[in-house]
Write a protein that binds this ligand. Structure first.
Ligand SMILES: Nc1ncnc2c1ncn2[C@@H]1O[C@H](COP(=O)(O)OP(=O)(O)OP(=O)(O)O)[C@@H](O)[C@H]1O
Length: 287
């Protein structure tokens, strides 16, 4: 068997992807007319928690200014993979990693990579909204100040307003910026966390089941927001909700037992999945 990485790269349209759908184990080739630029390049990525392997030989390209959804049954490695993109797994002592995660041509796991700078460029929003125990204003202003992005109060005010406007929260909070972030509703808190993530002007926002703790209306608001934010940011999101993946994601990667089984244009994956395992999963035969 070949030891070369199988690079999975989705096409751009149903017709093209159908034509290009390769045999199992063969790489997807990218539509040459595609306008999307590469954001993150992953090659032969393996991850172990102690002796237990959680990710196996993952080689995919993630594209700028798109939403990519990671789907798959519980425990298949979606969150682990997401955390590889900004080195959050470094915080877990038992973790060892091999392979390459490259952003703009730079190896994110290189010893000289500044993790703080990396996490500024690759922000993260978690399942449960986790505002700082500070005011709404400070939740946004803190990180840009720490990164020396703003010093003058007027610039800080402007940045806070922009982040809150871009996260669709400004009108709801503009008269109570000094109130605690935790005084907001769950859906508002999650938008505050998104505002906090975008305030440092990242390139990529990682979202780990960002709506699973929210009611349907707040979920719809966040999904609309993701659609707007992808004009400015690359979004990679984990979701258990297949309808959500179908609604928000341009591309979807289906994980199973630590491997990427299929990575495709979302519409293609949900209409004509290339792999039987994908079909079984999205049709609810297991999960
Ligand atoms: N901190 C950890 N230490 C040891 N094993 C872990 C740790 N985190 C995850 N794992 C294991 O790695 C595998 C992948 O877990 P991961 O959380 O990435 O899956 P997931 O697809 O995101 O699951 P879910 O959808 O349930 O959140 C699982 O077997 C899990 O038990």
């Amino acid at each position: 068997m070949s030891t070369q990485a199988t690079v999975q790269t989705p096409g751009q349209s149903a017709e093209r992807v159908e034509q290009q759908t390769p045999a199992v184990g063969q790489p997807y080739t990218r539509n040459s007319e595609a306008s999307h630029e590469l954001s993150i390049r992953v090659r032969d990525l393996n991850l172990w928690y102690g002796k237990s392997q959680a990710l196996s030989n993952i080689s995919i390209d993630l594209f700028q200014k798109n939403v990519t959804a990671l789907i798959g049954p519980s425990g298949c490695g979606k969150s682990t993979f997401l955390r590889c993109l900004n080195r959050m797994n470094d915080l877990i002592p038992s973790v060892s990693i091999s392979g390459l995660v490259e952003m703009d041509g730079r190896d994110v796991n290189a010893a000289k990579m500044d993790e703080v700078a990396l996490r500024r460029r690759v922000g993260m929003v978690f399942q449960k909204p986790n505002p700082f125990p500070k005011s709404i204003y400070e939740n946004i202003a803190y990180a840009p100040r720490m990164h020396d992005m703003v010093s003058r109060k007027a610039d800080q005010d402007e940045l806070v307003e922009k982040a809150l406007r871009d996260s669709g929260l400004w009108n709801e909070v503009k008269d109570k910026l000094q109130e605690p972030g935790t005084s907001l509703s769950g859906g508002q808190q999650q938008r505050l966390c998104i505002a906090r993530a975008i305030a440092v002007q990242p390139d990529v926002i990682l979202m780990d089941e960002p709506t699973s703790a929210l009611d349907p209306i707040s979920t719809a608001t966040i999904e609309d927001l993701m659609d707007k934010l992808k004009e400015q940011f690359t979004i990679v999101t984990v979701t258990h909700n297949m309808q959500q993946a179908a609604r928000v994601a341009d591309y979807t990667a289906f994980f199973h037992l630590g491997e990427v089984i299929e990575y495709n244009d979302t519409k293609v994956m949900f209409s004509t999945p290339a792999q039987k395992k994908t079909e079984d999963y999205i049709s609810g035969r297991y999960g």
